[in-house]
Design a protein. Structure first.
Length: 211
């Protein structure tokens, strides 16, 4: 059974700079997941200056360890690029671990857009010569879209099966977070951004990790 972790990355009620921090964090999390050989799928809540929040599904051996390592308050020290004269330089985001969605939704494969792409990622130049990787995208009747990229296998057929599974898990996790937010269960989390004792600290426009 695939090891999976569901995370909520939130800017809380913070200003645009906190949403910029969320955008930077998504990049760092993707880099870390790739380094560890984990799959990372994201559903963002778009807002001005960056995502207000994002639901993340980590899959693969070591997903729980990575989730534990990143769970907590994140501090970004950087002068504001949105308000150059603003005296504040500390911006916070938070990563929460969420319970997995109780049931993964079923998606009709005929409604999923499948695109073959070059594999890329780990594996070097040899892997880049193949086009076995799959980008899967699904849009619900309300126009909300989700997508995943699968490059685990050399077989397109196998990658299509994996893509449908991961897409289903991501959509289920994202929808579960929406329902929980409507019931105030997760809404409270967005208000719980901790501004003391950050788990990780980043600095500057390059989002350099310093602790």
């Amino acid at each position: 059974m695939t090891e999976r972790e569901t995370l909520l990355l939130s800017s809380g009620n913070g200003p645009g700079e906190c949403r910029q921090a969320v955008a930077h964090l998504l990049i760092r999390l993707a880099e870390k997941a790739e380094l560890l050989g984990l799959d990372l799928d994201v559903a963002e809540r778009a807002a001005l200056h960056g995502p207000a929040s994002a639901v993340i599904v980590l899959s693969g051996t070591g997903a729980a360890e990575m989730a534990r390592d990143w769970e907590g308050s994140i501090l970004w020290r950087c002068p504001s690029s949105l308000r150059p004269k603003h005296p504040r330089k500390n911006w916070f985001a938070q990563i929460f671990r969420l319970a997995p969605a109780p049931v993964a939704i079923r998606i009709d494969p005929e409604t999923v857009e499948m695109q073959a792409i070059r594999a890329g990622g780990p594996g070097g130049q040899h892997q880049n010569k193949t086009s076995s990787a799959i980008r899967a995208r699904w849009v619900d009747p309300e126009g909300r879209a989700w997508s995943v990229v699968v490059r685990d296998n050399r077989s397109q057929h196998m990658n299509r099966r994996v893509a449908l599974d991961r897409l289903s898990v991501l959509i289920s996790a994202d929808r579960a977070e929406v329902v929980a937010s409507q019931k105030a269960a997760v809404h409270d989390l967005h208000s719980q951004i901790q501004r003391g004792e950050p788990r990780k600290v980043f600095e500057g426009e390059g989002f350099r990790e310093v602790r």
